[in-house]
Design a protein around this ligand. Structure first.
Ligand SMILES: C[S@@+](CC[C@H](N)C(=O)[O-])C[C@H]1O[C@@H](n2cnc3c(N)ncnc32)[C@H](O)[C@@H]1O
Length: 283
């Protein structure tokens, strides 16, 4: 039962990412699926999101240690980070479980990269890498199996680079899921031959994404949904009443989650911690 629930969650998250990719590209000309990295100079507004995403990629790449030649990009999304890395001369392979995103990466990179179309937890290969990268993909991967695979797939003295958000140990919720408990991660990682090199907190630089999301939800999402419901209730009053009654619990839950006003940058800082971690495999 638990596994069925997990599989359902994983499919719906994957579908969510595919929809985000289609809408982001069409409406905002976005190329990537990660948060933006907002430096003080960049005004926080939706028009600057693409630039902020490019800043995130630059920031991430600036933490790749010297000497790294081969990289495994786990959860490569649309392939944009892999492209930047390939253009810089790194040898990059990708892992992508989504047929849709794999296709996008193939279109972008052709035969410049080898894409393993599977979940990272299931990856089988004899190849070994100098760096394994998780750019906002770590939270989607089974924690223990993911770390076990990483240790197996890394050359000696090579690196794991994670840039993703985690949950803080605070009570309550903010209507935004995702992320492992940071305390759980710190505990678990001690069991693997991985030595911490860098641990940077970039929550302040990433939380503006949630303010942008909040603004779009208030000014576009909520009015559009209300108009659609109003139209439907006018045209089909009985069906509307029946559906409203049958799904009232679910609808209330969705309403609280998406329109409850809890998804703000301030709350993101309170409940989540966005980190860049660099670990080195020890022998
Ligand atoms: C938020 S997107 C980030 C994409 C890309 N790294 C970027 O920075 O734009 C999360 C990525 O993780 C991938 N993913 C989800 N579950 C995964 C799994 N079990 N193994 C490998 N990748 C996974 C998704 O397909 C998607 O490409």
């Amino acid at each position: 039962m638990v596994n069925v629930k997990k599989a359902k969650n994983s499919i719906s998250r994957e579908t969510g990412l595919e929809i985000a990719s289609i809408c982001g590209k069409y409406f905002l000309n976005l190329e990537s699926l990660h948060y933006g990295y907002w430096t003080g100079e960049l005004e926080v507004n939706i028009a600057n999101l693409r630039t902020a995403q490019e800043e995130y990629t630059k920031f991430l790449i600036s933490h790749i240690p010297a000497g790294v030649k081969t990289i495994l990009d786990v959860g490569c999304g649309t392939g944009q980070i892999a492209k930047s890395l390939l253009d810089m001369g790194y040898d990059v392979d990708c892992v992508s479980p989504s047929g849709f995103l794999t296709e996008q990466t193939r279109e972008l990179l052709g035969d410049r990269t080898n894409i393993y179309q599977c979940r990272y937890e299931q990856l089988q290969t004899e190849k070994r890498y100098d760096l394994i990268l998780f750019a906002e993909s770590f939270q989607y991967i089974g924690l223990e199996q993911g770390l076990k695979n990483t240790v197996r797939l890394l050359n000696n003295d090579s690196y794991m680079l994670i840039c993703d958000f985690f949950k803080k140990d605070v009570k309550g919720t903010m209507g935004l899921g995702g992320g492992y408990k940071l305390s759980k991660f710190y505990d678990l990682i001690t069991k693997y031959p991985l030595k911490l090199v860098k641990d940077l907190d970039i929550t302040s630089e990433t939380s503006p994404n949630i303010d942008i999301l909040d603004d779009a939800t208030k000014n576009v999402g909520r009015p559009v949904v209300h108009s659609a419901l109003h139209l439907f209730s006018n045209r089909h009053p009985i069906a509307f009443k029946l559906l409203e009654w049958k799904y009232r619990k679910k609808l209330n839950k969705l309403n609280d989650k998406y329109f409850g006003g809890d998804r703000t940058g301030e709350n993101f800082k309170k409940f989540k911690s966005y980190r860049l971690f660099l670990y080195r495999k020890t022998t």
